[in-house]
Design a protein around this ligand. Structure first.
Ligand code: NDP
Length: 598
């Protein structure tokens, strides 16, 4: 199936996409990035809260949760509702996770607040905008923690350094960088897939003598302004460079453009910038929503996002637009080919149209022709994280904002005074790294500690050939351990909080059952775990990894996932909607099939 639009030359697009991808392929793939340790460790320091001295804690809790982001908050909320005590242990100075760290100007959710912000009904909060700003989402995280009393027992500015299962007492022993030794009946880990910032391994990266920071540690003391969008007056006399043009940079650049004396945006691959159409939420309309609305909205968004059929589209945005178009295309055929191949063909044809529109939008907005040409993405929309913004492209019409396109090669060298691209040196006062986060590196690197299970077996030894779990949650050999994340479960990436809200309900049910029957240990049988992995591996659902795509973290920078990484990214074969209904049935049936309660 190809596009019916006579202006779209499918062959040309395929060829152009291949050429642009090939330009960017490199042999070092993920290794091109630097881990933020050693000389670079300060890039990860917490700029927002200074950790205060405190005495180490030696005590016992029922559930210890590593991570105070949406995973810890939503699970914590459900556990508290079930009357279970939970302690969040969080390395940041407050809860909020990604919204604690990412306070760069312009930070905003890209999935509609109505489905992205969890527990809105429970906490009585109305999002102010269709896409809420980061500061509001951070405040909402704090609201959840306050509402459920999660602060009372939390340990903030505290990093877990070790967790070991003691089979004799059926307790996890958790150690932290504050000297704490906490015993927990249950240990849950939800540290998020994108929480360790990384730097590009550009020669000379450490040599720049001006001011520098990573976008996830924004230095408002230097830039002035604030995370709510106040003008960054500290940059009025500064030449600022930003490396990277992913989703973060796309949101920050319009604000930098207004503030800097000169802004240089160093681009290797342009992002796709679709329409944003943000607007305030009308309190009168919001008041008409009936009890239980958020669950209905979550389900509706997920159905539409996964090529399902729904009579109405509540969210109506760029995410649902493309999937609705694919479905419409399929249904336009009196005998639709609903096989995976048929769906893929419909997706390609729809995507060709969508990306043609996205490129045309660049021409409509950006006045300088060469700049417009360089800002056009030549790949399928879902090869990289799609972006949605109404001011980003227009920022390049500002004469003090310069797109420095590197034709896929990237910045070549950094020295004491600035950045080299080709033969040109760009002298800078400040260099900002919008270079993203570790994805696909080892669990040890991303989690920072390794849970040690029964008989001293390390989790990462067990996962040597990739993650192994029941439902993405329970691991044989690691009693009373729960993982909270999207993979080996719904794997719904367009709205990660939906995965977490569901997991919170499931964990509260499992822990409540264990407490009710007096079980000291909860563990999946090896048979159940093996069967789950076989089920997932027998299906087609996994995240990203498309060889035709331009390099990025969606396909391991073009090197593609190895067998272990494929395992780590598996999803339920019948899709997210089917997974959510399966797991609801599983947790409410009372059998908890596959788990042993001892
Ligand atoms: P990304 O990993 O998406 O972007 C990193 C950027 O650095 C890319 O543009 C990359 O180019 C560029 N880069 C790397 N090396 C060089 C080099 N040598 N020279 C020039 N450029 C270079 O990081 P982000 O922080 O933007 O986003 C990470 C993820 O965080 C997103 O994908 C999204 O999932 C999430 N996010 C979500 C938001 C939201 O929901 N509102 C907002 C922001 C982020 P190249 O593309 O060529 O690799």
């Amino acid at each position: 199936m190809t596009s019916t639009d006579p202006n779209i030359d499918t062959e040309f697009l395929r060829q152009k996409y291949r050429e642009e991808r090939d330009k960017r392929l490199r042999t070092d793939a993920n290794d091109q990035y630097l881990e933020i340790v050693g000389d670079f460790a300060e890039y990860a320091d917490d700029p927002y809260v200074e950790a205060t001295e405190r005495e180490p804690i030696f005590d016992e809790v029922t559930v210890a949760f590593v991570g105070g982001g949406f995973a810890g908050l939503t699970t914590g909320a459900r556990l508290v509702e079930a009357g279970i005590d939970v302690r969040i242990i969080e390395k940041g100075g407050d809860v909020g996770g990604t919204w604690y760290w990412n306070r760069y100007p312009g930070a905003q959710c890209d999935t509609a607040s109505m489905v992205y912000m969890p527990l809105l009904e429970e906490t009585g909060h109305m999002p102010t905008e269709k896409y809420a700003k980061g500061a509001e989402i951070l405040e909402h995280s704090q609201r959840i923690a306050t509402h459920y009393g999660l602060y009372n027992n939390a340990l903030l500015s505290t990093e877990v350094t070790g967790a070991e299962w003691d089979d004799d007492t059926s307790r996890w022993i958790i150690r932290t960088n504050r000297g704490d030794e906490i015993r927990a009946k249950f240990l849950s880990i939800g540290t998020g897939p994108l929480h360790r910032p990384k730097l590009p391994g550009i020669p000379g990266v450490g040599s720049f003598k001006g001011h520098t920071f990573h976008t996830s540690r924004w230095d408002y003391e230097y830039t002035g302004g604030d995370s709510k969008g106040a003008l960054m007056t500290g940059l009025a006399d500064k030449r600022v460079g930003i490396i990277g043009t992913g989703a973060t940079s796309v949101q920050a650049v319009p604000h930098l453009s207004k503030a800097c004396q000169e802004l240089f945006v160093f681009q290797r691959t342009p992002s796709s910038i679709d329409i944003r159409n943000n607007h305030a939420i009308d309190p009168e309309w919001f008041a008409t929503l009936e009890e239980g609305w958020q669950q209905k909205w979550l389900e509706n968004f997920t159905i539409l996002q996964t090529l399902g059929f729904a009579e109405e589209d509540y969210v109506k945005d760029g995410w649902t637009d493309i999937t609705k178009r694919i479905v419409a295309r399929l249904l336009a055929d009196p005998e639709p080919d609903l096989s995976p191949t048929g769906r893929l063909a419909a997706y390609y044809a729809t995507d060709d149209e969508k990306m043609t529109e996205i490129r045309a939008r660049v021409d409509e907005i950006v006045k300088d022709e060469a700049t417009a040409e360089a800002l056009k993405p030549w790949y399928r929309q879902l090869c990289k994280r799609p972006c949605f913004h109404d001011d980003y492209l227009d920022a390049y019409n500002n004469p003090s904002t310069h797109l420095i396109d590197t034709d896929g090669k990237g910045v070549e060298r950094i020295d004491e005074t600035g950045v080299w691209v080709g033969d040109t040196h760009y002298e800078l006062d400040c260099l900002i790294y919008a270079s993203g986060f570790e994805v696909g590196t080892s669990f040890q690197r991303r989690w920072g500690f390794e849970p040690i299970g029964r008989d001293g077996v390390g989790l990462y030894d067990k996962w040597d050939e990739g993650m192994i779990s029941l439902h993405g949650t329970h691991v044989h050999g690691f009693p009373n351990l729960f993982i909270v994340g999207p993979y080996q479960a719904a794997a719904l990436i367009s709205n990660v909080p939906h995965n977490l809200v569901e997991r919170g309900r499931t964990l509260a049910a499992v822990v409540s059952h264990a407490e009710a029957v007096g079980a000291e240990q909860v563990e999946p049988t090896i048979e159940a775990e093996t069967a789950w992995i076989e089920l997932l591996e027998g299906g087609e659902r996994r995240f990203g990894n498309d060889a035709d795509c331009t390099p990025g973290y969606y396909n391991n920078e073009g090197a593609l996932f190895d067998a272990a990484a494929i395992r780590n990214s598996l999803g339920y074969p019948e899709g997210a909607v089917a997974y959510f209904s399966y797991i609801e049935e599983w947790r409410t049936s009372g059998d908890f099939k596959g788990l042993e309660f001892r």
